[in-house]
Design a protein around this ligand. Structure first.
Ligand SMILES: [Fe+2]
Length: 302
């Protein structure tokens, strides 16, 4: 192994240092990096990637990469990378939060929580940070499960919940951050049918149990009244969103953050829309299906 590991100053994750880019070609180093990622959930590589090629070389140590299905999101010349930026204008909704016009705010979620095969993970490379805001946070949802009391674990272990694609913060049922939308709503998204997942997942690689609460997407628990379901989800969120389970990253340019999407939630704090932020991202393909697609009537009845 040709790198060093230090715990991040939060509730989850590690920083990897002393990693020579050339050593990424060494299969033993790649295996050790992957094992560290699976063991610790999120990994910071500080100022590690100064180019798309460097991000790709690092990303390939962790699994097969996903090509984004919509070409306009891809970084030109790099189909396995996504470009996230407001350089040419807002790429997502802008909200007014306390007088600040905020771009890129995405509350706690897991990627593809509204699909039946969530991606295994992702890597973000900060190309151009903003002077204000722009942090990204992660929560260890395996630790959140393990710190629930036994009675709650037994109560929720066999439950299923419904998750929807949610393009607007206004449509969030839980942990809604408020704010006033300043840009018009888009109606050109593909249709994603609702899905049911276990509320408690088993991580396919570690066997650890994980709370599946993606606040952007979760709608309710199957077989419960809305009142009981809302009360249970809110109680679980009050536990899970505690700072002791979190790491919040304040970016420097060329930092890379890697996360296990099956064991964490993440959130983007957003930044003032008049400051330019440029991020590149790779996505690690998921290989394990979880849950099932629901018919619209079944989703409404739940
Ligand atoms: Fe995300």
């Amino acid at each position: 192994m040709t790198f060093a590991i230090a715990r991040l100053p939060g509730g989850i994750g590690i920083e990897i240092t002393d990693l020579e880019p050339a050593s990424l070609q060494d299969p033993a180093t790649a295996t050790a990096l992957r094992e560290a990622w699976i063991a610790h959930g999120i990994v910071l590589f500080r100022r590690m990637a100064d180019s798309p090629e460097a991000l790709l070389a690092l990303s390939r140590c962790f699994g097969e990469l996903e090509v984004h299905p919509i070409p306009r999101f891809r970084l030109e010349g790099y189909p396995e990378l996504i470009l996230l930026t407001n350089r040419d204008g807002p790429s997502g909704p802008v909200y007014d939060f306390d007088g600040v016009h905020v771009h890129g705010r995405i509350p706690w979620h897991t990627d593809l929580a509204f699909a039946t095969t969530p991606n295994a993970g992702a890597l973000l490379r900060m190309v151009q940070r903003t002077a204000t805001g722009g942090q990204t946070g992660w929560i260890d949802t395996a630790l959140a499960w393990e710190t629930l009391d036994i009675a709650m674990q037994e109560r929720i272990a066999g439950l299923e919940a419904v998750y929807h694609f949610t393009p607007d913060l206004d449509a969030m049922r839980f942990n809604n951050p408020g704010g006033t939308r300043l840009t018009p709503k888009r109606d050109d998204y593909p249709h994603f049918p609702p899905v049911a997942h276990p509320l408690v997942w088993t991580h396919p690689e570690t066997g650890r149990k994980v709370l599946n609460l993606s606040t952007l997407n979760i709608r309710g628990i199957i077989g419960m009244t809305e009142q009981d379901s809302d009360a249970l989800i809110n109680a679980l969120l009050q536990h899970t969103l505690q700072p002791r389970f979190q790491y919040i990253h304040a970016w420097e340019n060329n930092d890379v953050m890697l996360w296990d999407n099956r064991r964490t939630m993440h959130c983007a704090f957003g930044h003032p829309v008049d400051e330019v932020r440029i991020v590149q991202r790779s996505t690690l393909r998921g290989s394990v299906a979880m849950g099932r697609v629901l018919g619209e009537q079944e989703a409404l009845a739940s």
